[in-house]
Design a protein. Structure first.
Length: 262
């Protein structure tokens, strides 16, 4: 069985190298191969932390809340079926973790409804070779989904307590392809720009100019914009010096606090 897995893995590596146009021995491909392996074989948590009942609720969430509502991206569905959402919430919220609702968390923030997480991630269209900037780490749940899909994630949170807790949760799950920063997310992270994908998990009155400037050619930015009461989730793409905007769905998020937010 081990020999068979190794043979299949070697074949996948060769196919991936051909598709990505990189050599098997290059550092870039080695990094991508490690990311693919961690996605196929993520670190398992202790059975007491992720029980059979938890897994059943998670799979019901994917089937009844995501697939039934039109989410078909297999990579997004697989990631959300594997990341234990309840580990990003308090013990008292364990039974609610997979409900069809946003839930309150620390520092008066929220963890988004599962459908919103899926739609935002699907709209972002993350590939395994992408560098992703996330604005608003929060509990780290959305960060974990992105880390399962991307080469590397850079995430910014204005509350140090939330950033530290998220870091610990992702480390416990074996997700180490993430850099964390505490600060004003509306300014982005210019030291690591440009980014293939940018996700903003808080609402802004408009698209922050620094984030647009840090978006790579053919990059995509997903952000809720509007007033404090209601917003529209928008997909912004940048190509050939032009910005294209598409409405995705109506939504409501906590405000983006910062020099280019509220």
């Amino acid at each position: 069985m081990i020999l068979m897995i190794r043979a299949v893995y070697s074949g996948l590596c060769a196919s991936a190298a051909a598709l990505l146009g990189v050599g098997l021995a290059t550092p870039h491909f080695n990094r991508l191969a490690r990311r693919a392996a961690s996605f196929l074989f993520p670190r398992e948590v202790a059975p007491s932390q992720d029980t059979l009942a938890d897994r059943r609720r998670r799979h019901d969430m994917v089937r009844e809340q995501l697939i039934a509502r039109g989410v078909t991206n297999p990579h997004v569905l697989r990631a959300m079926a594997r990341v234990p959402r309840h580990l990003f919430l308090s013990d008292a919220q364990r039974l609610e973790a997979y409900s069809d609702n946003a839930l309150s968390t620390g520092e008066r923030q929220t963890i988004s409804q599962p459908l919103i997480v899926a739609v935002m991630t699907d709209s972002l269209d993350v590939h395994i070779n992408h560098r992703v900037l996330e604005i608003g780490t929060g509990t780290g749940y959305q960060t974990a989904i992105l880390a399962m899909l991307a080469d590397h994630v850079y995430t910014i949170e204005r509350f140090a307590s939330l950033s530290n807790e998220a870091h610990a949760r992702l480390a416990a799950l074996g997700l180490h392809n993430v850099d964390y920063r505490v600060g004003d997310g509306s300014q982005g992270w210019p030291e690591h720009a440009c980014f293939d994908r940018i996700m903003v998990t808080a609402a802004a009155p408009g698209v922050p100019e620094p984030l647009l400037k840090q978006l790579a050619e053919r990059g995509v930015l997903v952000i809720p914009t509007g007033d404090r009461a209601s917003q529209m989730l928008k997909r912004i793409s940048y190509e050939g010096g032009r910005v294209y905007e598409k409405d995705v769905l109506a939504c409501r998020f906590v405000p983006l606090i910062g020099s280019h937010g509220w």
